[in-house]
Write a protein that binds this ligand. Structure first.
Ligand code: SAM
Length: 278
């Protein structure tokens, strides 16, 4: 693959998904697109790159899917889940009337470990809900990651990464060398394909948004666009949780740090956002 073909692929990835692939990612592209080129009967990745401009939707989706990085694990980075138990859920329970629905959105869910971790915490604190229900929406651009998420079947290695043993025993059933998430937890999460680069008003207003470890793949313009979109769907007293390596600073004034906690944000009051911008 020459420089021109590399640029065809990185321009395509940026336009379709926001993912930035610079020259240092040439190896990643080569290793991930080989099987896609073969599947769609191109005799090389270079030929696939040249065919992208006129590619079928099917091929375009396969290419984007292959270029995503789906690294995730149960209770990843711990803090966002401690915050859920100690700050987010108790606050929502005290501010939402009994009988109401608390809505949570995982905006780059990958293979499901993040929404399932939250669902297990909701079950742990079920006795506090007092008639409130919890709806968890989990979305991603990658169809293959979502397929795995819906399947809810994890290897021994995957369940050993971050999942407490008592939760494994309580919420999973062993199937050969794998572990399947219980029907109860599985049914608490709704999975759907969604590209954060396109407007997403259809997700509706959310009490909590987890958007972790996806902005790191985007440029500043895309980060701002996504964060502004998230501000539009987060309730004024709702929460946004970002990944450990992600920050709001310099990207948007529509969110402010909540409770002085790193990675936890709330929509900024409209007037202060306007003042900051002036
Ligand atoms: C590294 S994973 C993060 C998973 C999980 N949030 C976590 O922190 O463990 C990043 C996910 O972002 C998804 N992604 C990348 N670009 C996206 C886009 N434009 N819209 C939606 N999801 C995207 C990828 O498919 C991948 O599953």
């Amino acid at each position: 693959m020459n420089e021109h073909e590399m640029k065809l692929i990185s321009d395509f990835a940026l336009k379709q998904s926001g993912i930035v692939l610079n020259e240092s990612k040439a190896y990643l592209i080569e290793s991930r697109l080989g099987s896609i080129a073969e599947k769609h009967r191109f005799n090389s990745i270079a030929a696939l790159a040249r065919g992208l401009a006129t590619a079928s939707m099917d091929l375009q989706r396969d290419v984007i899917d292959a270029l995503t990085t789906n690294e995730t694990f149960f209770f990843r980075d711990k803090t966002p889940f401690n915050l859920f138990e100690e700050v987010i859920l108790p606050t929502l329970i005290s501010t939402r009337p009994p009988g109401s629905r608390i809505r949570i959105w995982c905006a780059a869910t990958s293979t499901g470990q993040e929404p399932y971790s939250l669902a297990m915490l909701v079950l742990k604190h079920k006795h506090l809900l007092a008639g409130r229900s919890v709806d968890i929406l989990a979305t991603d651009i990658s169809a293959s990651a979502l397929e795995r998420a819906r399947e809810g079947l994890y290897s021994q290695f995957e369940v050993q990464r971050g999942l407490p043993v008592q939760m494994l025993m309580e919420h999973f059933v062993q199937e050969g060398s794998n572990w399947r998430i219980s029907r109860q937890v599985r049914d608490m999460v709704r999975f759907s394909e969604l590209n954060l680069m396109t407007p997403f008003p259809q997700v509706g207003v959310q009490d909590v948004v987890y958007c972790r470890n996806v902005l790191i793949y985007f440029n500043n313009e895309s980060k701002r666009k996504v964060l502004d979109g998230l501000a539009a769907v987060t309730k004024p007293d709702g929460y946004l949780v970002l990944g450990a390596a992600e920050t709001m600073i310099g990207h948007t004034e529509k969110f402010m740090r909540a409770d002085g906690q790193r990675g936890l944000y709330q929509p900024a009051p409209r007037e202060s956002a306007l003042r900051l911008r002036a």
